[in-house]
Design a protein around this ligand. Structure first.
Ligand SMILES: NC(=O)c1ccc[n+]([C@@H]2O[C@H](COP(=O)([O-])OP(=O)(O)OC[C@H]3O[C@@H](n4cnc5c(N)ncnc54)[C@H](O)[C@@H]3O)[C@@H](O)[C@H]2O)c1
Ligand SMILES: O=C(O)[C@H](O)COP(=O)(O)O
Length: 630
């Protein structure tokens, strides 16, 4: 990294710290006062007017100090509070403040009494902190400020910086009006609008560069930093209306996130995927080879659902793209819907409901039965099937199940050796097999004929699993007495018109693929999948990845981490280590996880390295992807 003779001038409030210190002081001093909220609101309003340049700074300061009613003794508490409120990316880049200590200045319209002790911990001595000072009365009450200080005056930062007469390129990093005017006055060479804590339109408009955190600032200046690539440069595209909490979780961590309400067609996705590092989808979006070929930056696909067959998992793997899903987050929701549908179908609730909606009173017990003592046939005894088995027994059903794999029976459930056995004896058959394409038309005419006369079928798995023509024929002929269908061979990409042969048939419950669509499930998914994504992007962890060798890595501090994804061919580890040795890199730890096709090696290094090593590692034959984490 090139070290240029630059000077870095930082603002304090809302830049080095996440807060405005005087607001925090107000929260403390006004505690217990009846009109506290009102006064705090007023102080914040005055603060913003001053920051945006709408009133003079001196005026803003005077008014706030009056409202504060603070005492000298409050300042210790304030400093303690501020220590916990350092901006996240400032805190994680202490190394920069250590290495460039001599070139870093703080110019603030805040007060040295609380700034000095905070920035001292970042190697900035009091003599390079330029700020106001309080005036106290004999009892120690804060009654004003040193009015002779230029920083107590309007545009005082310009004057202050001018007086400093700094040599070299001067860069100002701040969030407000008083910061960008230094650049406008020609005293500073560059202004970086710092938006990690607050995004002020005026500051952003006047900036040479908007920097959402210190990582970005250090990146554009090629300065030493904690992470090699700023997170705000990592673009995340979330499709299919995933829960807003996902947006919140990922943006909070510093990523640039875009939300799209619907799924996208292949052509649309090819267009949108360029420059995207993380793609989030649900069950509709097809991540095909063509999409992957257009994805020039893609690192991760997050399926915000259980199913992953909409994604070409192997092709993703061959491109070094890791895929995560949420294997359990909506399980309970599907199970509850299945229980509800079993009861609704057995009681013929939907025909009765339709009749009465149409103005017909039809009180009858015919075709209305209890579920107690009836046979439930669960096909696919996985996460959903097993949980359904337990709940169904709890309401008195006799549970039979069929699974291609050997699955332990829960409770009193009885395993059927063949699908036919299960179909022959079940009053209700419910499908919970996985979304493997081999399960296409798993239930067709033959299987429907193997079911008991008057039985019911539920499909909450995947649309292609049931031959819809055969099902509608079985319902029309009376072979089956009812069905509940949530999933269809063809589903629309967005809400709107939809047609199916099953529409209008009696005792048929149709739902638009909402088995997993509960607030609880979507909320759980919005935590689970982003956590996996962040864990991979931030640390390289692939635990629970569906297409990648799984590895949980130790956390590293003060180290550099290289991630190397390659084809699993003989000799590649030797080549990687040969390059590392050639560049005399000291390895702290090295972790390898492989499957038959792919190798994923993670190397932790304990000191600065020659950047040329990156090129050399990328050049190794059969390398798929290489990434420096920090
Ligand atoms: N409707 C919805 O909104 C919704 C919500 C969540 C899950 N799902 C779907 O539900 C299905 C089940 O989910 P899960 O989490 O229980 O999956 P899972 O992988 O835990 O269980 C699937 C089970 O089906 C078995 N299986 C696969 N093919 C089979 C076959 N041909 N015959 C018999 N058994 C077979 C597997 O061995 C496995 O035990 C998936 O298709 C999933 O996509 C739908
Ligand atoms: O695979 C799943 O989890 C379900 O099919 C739900 O998919 P969805 O999130 O698209 O509703």
């Amino acid at each position: 990294m090139t070290e240029v003779a630059r000077k870095y001038v930082f603002d304090f409030d809302s830049t080095l710290t996440r807060v405005e210190a005087l607001d925090v002081l107000a929260e403390m001093t006004l505690q217990g006062k009846p009109n506290r909220e009102e006064i705090i609101g007023e102080i914040q309003r005055i603060t913003n007017l001053g920051i945006d340049g709408d009133i003079s700074f001196t005026e803003s300061l005077e008014q706030r100090i009056k409202l504060l009613e603070a005492h000298k003794d409050d300042l210790d508490g304030l400093v303690e509070e501020l220590r916990h409120k350092i901006s996240k990316s400032i805190e994680s880049n202490k190394e920069f403040f250590e290495k460039f200590s001599d070139d870093i200045y703080v110019i603030s319209c805040g007060f040295k009494e609380f700034i000095d002790p905070i920035v001292k911990e970042y190697n900035i001595p009091s003599e390079r902190v330029f700020a106001n000072t309080f005036e106290f009365d004999e009892q120690g009450n804060i009654i004003g400020f040193d009015e002779k200080n230029v920083l107590a005056t309007h545009n005082g930062k310009i004057e202050c910086l001018k007086n400093l007469d700094l040599k070299g390129e001067v860069q100002v990093i701040g969030d407000g009006y008083s910061d960008y005017v230094m650049r406008e006055a020609g005293i500073a060479d560059k202004f970086f609008a710092y938006t990690e804590n607050v995004h002020r339109e005026k500051a952003a408009e006047h900036a040479d560069h908007v920097t959402p955190n210190l990582d970005e600032f250090l990146f554009v200046n090629d300065l030493p930093r904690n992470i090699s690539y700023p997170k705000n440069r990592i673009k995340i595209l979330l499709l299919e209306n995933v829960h807003p909490a996902a947006f919140h979780n990922l943006s909070e961590d510093g990523f640039s996130v875009e939300l799209v309400k619907t799924s996208l067609s292949e052509e649309e996705l090819i267009e949108r995927i360029k420059g995207v590092h993380v793609l989030g989808i649900r069950s509709k979006t097809q991540v095909t080879q063509k999409v992957m070929d257009a994805a020039d930056k893609l690192l991760v696909v997050g399926a915000f659902c259980i199913g992953t067959t909409q994604i070409d998992l192997n092709y993703c793997k061959s491109k070094g793209v890791v895929v995560f899903n949420a294997p359990y987050s909506n399980t309970r929701s599907v199970v509850e819907l299945a229980i509800g549908e079993i009861i609704m179908l057995m009681r013929s609730v939907f025909p009765r409901s339709t009749e009465i909606h149409g103005g017909q009173w039809n009180k009858t017990a015919s075709n209305s039965r209890e579920v107690r003592g009836k046979n439930l046939g669960i096909v696919g005894y996985g996460n959903i099937g097993k949980q359904l088995s337990v709940l169904a027994e709890a309401i008195g059903m006799r549970v039979y199940y069929y699974d291609i794999d050997d699955k332990l029976a829960l409770g009193n459930a009885v395993r059927c050796e063949t699908l036919e056995n299960l179909l022959n004896i079940s009053d209700v058959v419910t499908l919970h097999i996985d979304d493997n394409k081999a399960n296409k038309d798993f239930i067709g005419e033959r299987e429907l004929n193997q079911m008991k006369d008057g039985a019911m079928l539920i499909n909450l798995s995947r649309g292609f699993v049931v031959d819809i023509d055969a099902l509608s024929a079985a319902l029309e002929s009376g072979k089956l007495a009812g069905a509940a269908v949530d999933v269809y061979p063809e589903e629309p990409r967005a809400n709107g018109e939809f047609h199916s042969k099953l529409q209008g048939l009696p005792n048929v419950i149709l739902t638009p693929h909402v088995g997993g669509s509960t607030e609880e499930a979507q909320r759980n998914i919005a935590d689970f999948v982003p956590n996996k994504i962040m864990d991979y992007i931030n640390s390289g962890n692939t635990v629970d990845a569906v297409n990648f060798p799984n590895i949980r890595l130790p956390k590293q501090t003060n180290a550099h981490r290289f991630l190397h994804i390659h084809k699993n061919v003989p000799g590649i580890m030797a080549k990687i280590n040969k390059v590392l040795a050639e560049y005399e890199l000291n390895i702290n730890g090295q972790y390898l996880s492989t499957d038959s096709e792919l190798g994923y090696v993670i190397t932790d290094l304990d000191k600065e390295y020659n950047k040329e090593v990156i090129k050399a590692l990328r050049k190794i034959e059969n390398t798929i992807k290489f990434r420096v984490l920090y």
